[in-house]
Design a protein. Structure first.
Length: 285
């Protein structure tokens, strides 16, 4: 990634310094994968236990049962007058620990009642990433400190259609070391209406493009296009096992319907093992 960006962006001093920092940080010990459950609550409960108790190298449920400190960390908050939503925004704003944020997320009651993937009008628009767990699996650039770290966005519905085509969703990175450039990663997405209406199944073709920000009208240059999950994962240097894994399943775990300012919590629950366990909080613009 760093070599690619050197070529893409040139050797401006700020870019070189940021990319050298990125390269120097790649030796950090990897996190353990989360034990993902098919249910929203199972996902969050296991995530909280994993973050708080990874040193035990036990399953999340076992850790909670056998370690009082872990059990206390995963217990619901009590004695507060603020809503879970307000607690979530406050925790993110003050830079609370991952386990604290996941604990709050675990208490959220999904306004979409587990059907977030089949409400296109709620998903429609541009969403900014305000908190994440394991998001650097999507891009190592998200490990960079400010001001080098780019901003991350997601695009659904009409905004995505205008930028990357009908029936597709997109992830975008812009700012930081990317400057006014915008990296677009897009794919197809099909809601699993008959099996789990909270899940989008991610479909090829996958396209990585370089262009301008959403709405700029700037033409995009296609850097990579892959017609299958395996091919795209091979381009990203995944193992044979990862290349052979099933399609990515992207679950909408919490979805508000209040227009701009609405919150959405989502995560990758199956597919590419490098991405499974990612957790995101987005806010609608």
């Amino acid at each position: 990634t760093a070599l690619f960006l050197h070529t893409l962006l040139g050797h401006r001093p700020a870019v070189v310094s940021a990319l050298n920092l990125l390269e120097s940080r790649t030796e950090v010990a990897p996190r353990h994968h989360l034990d993902i459950s098919s249910s929203r609550r199972g996902f969050f409960t296991n995530a909280a236990a994993q973050v708080a108790c990874t040193s035990m190298l036990l399953g999340a449920s076992t850790s909670l049962l056998t370690n009082p400190q872990c059990a206390a960390a995963a217990a619901p908050a009590v004695g507060t007058t603020t809503t879970d939503r307000e607690q979530l925004l406050q925790a993110i704003g003050r830079g609370a620990s991952e386990e604290q944020v996941i604990q709050i997320i675990n208490g959220l009651q999904d306004p979409s009642e587990g059907k977030g993937a089949i409400f296109p009008e709620r998903l429609d628009g541009q969403w900014e990433l305000i908190w994440s767990y394991k998001a650097e699996a999507f891009s190592p650039l998200l490990k960079l400190p400010k001001p080098f770290r780019p901003d991350s966005y997601q695009y659904f519905g009409s905004v995505a259609a205008a930028e990357v085509g009908e029936g597709r969703i997109a992830q975008g990175l812009t700012g930081g070391v990317l400057g006014n450039n915008h990296l677009w990663l897009s794919s197809g997405a099909i809601p699993l209406k008959d099996t789990d209406p909270s899940i989008l199944e991610i479909q090829p073709p996958f396209r990585l493009q370089l262009g301008g920000r959403a709405g700029s009208g700037q033409p995009k240059k296609t850097l990579v296009e892959s017609g299958s999950d395996a091919d795209f994962r091979k381009v990203n240097a995944r193992t044979t096992e990862a290349q052979e894994a099933g399609k990515n399943l992207y679950q909408q775990m919490y979805l508000e319907n209040s227009g701009p300012g609405s919150l959405r919590v989502s995560g990758v629950i199956a597919g590419d093992p490098v991405l499974v366990g990612e957790l995101f909080v987005h806010r609608k613009l």
